[in-house]
Each structure stands twice: as C-alpha cells, then as structure tokens.
Design a binder for this molecule. Structure first.
Ligand code: SF4
Length: 467
C-alpha cells in the first residue's frame, strides 16, 4: 500500500490508529509535538472528577479569542470558569517530556482528561495515554480592585493584556475570518461570570497589576527579574477615546515599560511603517507582532479583508522586514493562524500546496530575521469561517510538515531561541497554543527535562505561583 493510501485508511479508522500512524511515520518529529498538535486540532474534554481537580488551577482567561470548539452558553458545568489556561502532558507509554497545551474545549473530542487512581490522566478513545498536571495559579490571581475587578482579568497569566477587547474591523467585510474577538467578549459578558466587562482597560489598572506581578517576583527571588508582557487588542480604525491606534496602544506600552524594572514589552498591532516603528521603539516596545495570519497573498486578501484594504500584503511584508532593522533580529514575531490555509471554501485543496506556500513564507521571513509564530487554528464556532462554512479538522499531516519546514529554516538561518521570561515557570518553555517554540526547545535545548523540572531557563529562576 502507498503511504497516501495507508493514510486514507487510517483517516477513517479510530483516532488512536490515526495518531499512531503519524507517530510511526514521522519519527524525526518529537512525539510531544505530534500529540500536542492533535490535542489542539480536535480539542479535549474534562470528566467531572478532572474538573474538580482543575478548579484550583490557573483558570482559563478567555483573554482574546475563546480558543474553544464550542460556545460558552453550551458549557453546562461552567467549564469556562473551572478549566485551566493550559495543562501539561508528560510520561505514559510514549515517554513524553513535559509540554503545555492550551485548553481547547470540545465535548466531541476523543481526548478526555480524567482522574485514575487519584492521578490526572489523558485518555484517548478511553485508553490511558499519559500524565496530566495543571498549572498553579500565580499569587496575584487572588487580588481584586475595590470595584471588584480581578487582577487576572486585566493581565492574564502574568503576561497577556488585551487592553481593547473589541475590534473596529467589524462584520464580514472587515473582520479577520478566523477571529471571534467580538463574539468572545459578548459571550463573556452574557455569562455574568467575569468581573471586567467594558471594552477598554484603564491604563492605571494595567500598570498596577504589572507592579503587583513584579513585586511578587521580587519577594520570591530578592531582586527584580526580567519579565515579559504582551499588549494586544483590536484594530482602531480612526480613534478610540479620541486617540489614534498608535497613541492608544503606546500609552500602555510606556506605562508597562517604564513602570518597573527589566521589562520586555511585546505588542500586537497592524503592521507599521519604519518611522512609526521607530516611535514604538522609543516609547518602550521591544518586540512587535504584526499578525499577518496567512502568508499566501490570495488567502491574505480573503482571510483578512480589513487588513488587506487598510494596509495590503505588499506593505505588510515590507514593513515587517523593516521592523527588524528597528527592533533587531528575533523581535519581529508576526502570528500566523496555522491551518487556515486549508479553510473552506477558498483555501488550498491539498496539503502539499498549503505546506509549500506557508513553508516558503517561513523561509523568506526567517531569511530576513523575522521570527514568525504559528498559533494553531482552533475553529471557534463564533468566527465567520466556522459559522458560514463547514470546517472539518485540519489533517495532522499538514501541521507536522509545516513545523518540519519551520524547524529547518530556523536552523538554516541560525535564529535565536525565543524570548520567554515569564513569571510562570511552565511558560518559560513555550506557549500552549502551538508547537513552534516546543520544536526548538525539545530538539535543541540541552537538559530540557531537568531544567523544566527546576522551573528555570535563563532570566527568572524562581517560581511565583501560590501554593
Ligand atoms: S485585527 Fe483581525 S484578528 Fe485582530 S482583533 Fe481585529 S478582526 Fe480579530
């Protein structure tokens, strides 16, 4: 049987056979990466017992998008307030090293997290696969402002601040088609389970939460360690609170950068020209994420109608390259929604063409010192793509092949390891939402597992989680 015919036959068999086929046929890929890709691809579910254990963990933030394959209104056990931001997978018969996986709820998934003999386990098709552990909450998760707003709803997991929680790219002619930001903020408000429900976060709140995160770290290690923060939010087309997009976002960047010590500021906005980027740098931005979402020009125009009309593919790419000249290699980190290349109805209709297009894009960007990120597409039901068209799960084969190209280009152009000075020890090793950083750490970081256990990787050495 040819490989393609063999793959066709496992695609229609059980999820266990499907996973095992990929593990067998891609032995050059870390097994942790393949399993994590599958968990993000089809989501996972929690039994009552696992939910009980997870209730004390670092709670899922719904910080920007929902990252779920279901709506909040269908969460009958209030899963949105009882599941963790991520969980770590490890051990089992595959001998997995630890990696974190962003919680992606789907009641239909063959992956279930359960409690077996008092221990948390990941099951696939009902069979035990590996150990699972939940992240401890950070100390500041217990704090609130006088008006009742919880600190962690201002900055999630010590890092992520969505300061404008809507987007002025509105409706099918403007909004990026995979994005559920506006739907997510609406479902959060309707649930009445969140304490902060207005679109704009006050600068003073963001500054105070950052101060508190930093102070916890100082109390723990006795000095101010380096800490990363990320500022995100929707597009501002004209003005918001009488400020332009740049004036609005840079106020937060300056407040975070200069409000403490040794801070590294990431910011996500539309692509900016070189002169604007110099201003961003001067006002405290260390790393810019001009999230392009998809590389192929035709798909960029379809997937990102607002971005295409306002800036366009050519400017976007040119400005990303120029931003490296201002910020330095490794500090231009545009996001791509990995998998939308194959979205229906206008995406590629085959895996080789999709891998070639995005893989060539990765190589081009890395050649210019851009360090792209590949957040795996979660097929959120409130997004335009999923609400308008049936969107089956993207084949695992695609994710494996694109990450292989990513790793090859990273080696070829000798880019640095990614920056991860997180106050949460588990996030120093990458992000739960994808495998692009895991690939590099698992393959090339010496003593990965021992260092993971010590919670160390350069920068901050101590854990500031609450016991
Ligand atoms: S710019 Fe696109 S991805 Fe970003 S919030 Fe707006 S619609 Fe969503």
């Amino acid at each position: 049987m040819t490989i393609t015919a063999e793959l066709d036959s496992v695609t229609s068999s059980s999820e266990t056979e499907y996973l095992e086929w990929h593990l067998r046929n891609y032995e050059d890929m870390p097994r942790e990466v393949i399993l994590k890709m599958d968990l993000l691809r089809v989501g996972h579910w929690f039994t009552d017992a696992a939910l009980e254990l997870a209730s004390d963990a670092l709670v899922k933030s719904y910080r920007l998008f929902s990252y779920d394959l279901m709506s909040m209104k269908d969460m009958k056990r209030k899963e949105h307030r009882r599941t963790p931001e991520w969980f770590a997978i490890r051990g089992g018969h595959l001998g997995l090293r630890p990696v974190i996986v962003q919680t992606t709820l789907s009641p239909d998934s063959p992956y279930v997290i359960d409690v077996v003999d008092g221990e948390c386990k990941l099951l696939l098709d009902g069979r035990e696969l590996c150990d699972v552990s939940f992240p401890k909450p950070l100390k500041y998760y217990r704090r609130s402002f006088e008006d009742g707003t919880k600190y962690h709803e201002i900055i999630a997991f010590g890092y992520f601040a969505t300061v404008f929680r809507n987007c002025q790219y509105w409706g099918p002619d403007e909004e990026c088609r995979f994005c559920d930001i506006n739907v997510n903020v609406r479902q959060m408000k309707e649930s009445r389970d969140f304490t902060f429900n207005t679109p704009v976060k006050p600068v003073s709140y963001v500054a105070e939460v950052a101060r508190s995160i930093e102070q916890d770290a100082i109390d723990e290690v006795g000095y101010a360690p380096p800490i990363d923060f990320l500022i995100s939010g929707g597009t501002i087309l004209k003005t918001l609170h009488r400020k332009s997009e740049d004036d609005f976002y840079l106020e937060y960047a300056s407040a975070l950068k200069w409000g403490g010590h040794r801070r590294y500021i990431n910011i996500q906005t539309n692509a900016k020209d070189k002169e604007t980027m110099k201003r961003y740098r001067a006002e405290g931005v260390d790393c810019h994420h001009a999230n392009m979402e998809v590389w192929d020009k035709r798909l960029f125009e379809w997937i990102n109608p607002g971005k295409n009309r306002r800036i366009g593919w050519d400017n976007w790419v040119r400005w990303m390259i120029e931003s490296v000249e201002v910020l330095g290699e490794g500090n231009a980190r545009p996001n791509f929604v990995c998998g939308v290349e194959l979205a229906r109805p206008y995406g590629f209709d085959n895996i080789p063409d999709a891998v070639k297009s995005t893989g060539d894009g990765v190589d081009f960007m890395m050649r210019h010192g851009i360090f792209p990120r590949f957040n795996q597409w979660r097929r959120e039901p409130g997004s335009d793509l999923v609400s308008q068209h049936e969107q089956p799960a993207i084949p695992l084969e695609f994710y494996i092949q694109i990450m292989r190209r990513y790793y090859e280009s990273w080696k070829k152009y000798r880019l640095p390891f990614p920056h991860h000075d997180s106050v949460h020890p588990e996030r120093r090793w990458g992000s739960g939402h994808a495998t692009y950083d895991d690939m590099l750490f698992l393959n090339d970081w010496p003593n990965y597992e021992e260092e993971w256990d010590r919670g160390s990787r350069e920068g901050l050495k101590a854990c500031v989680t609450s016991e």
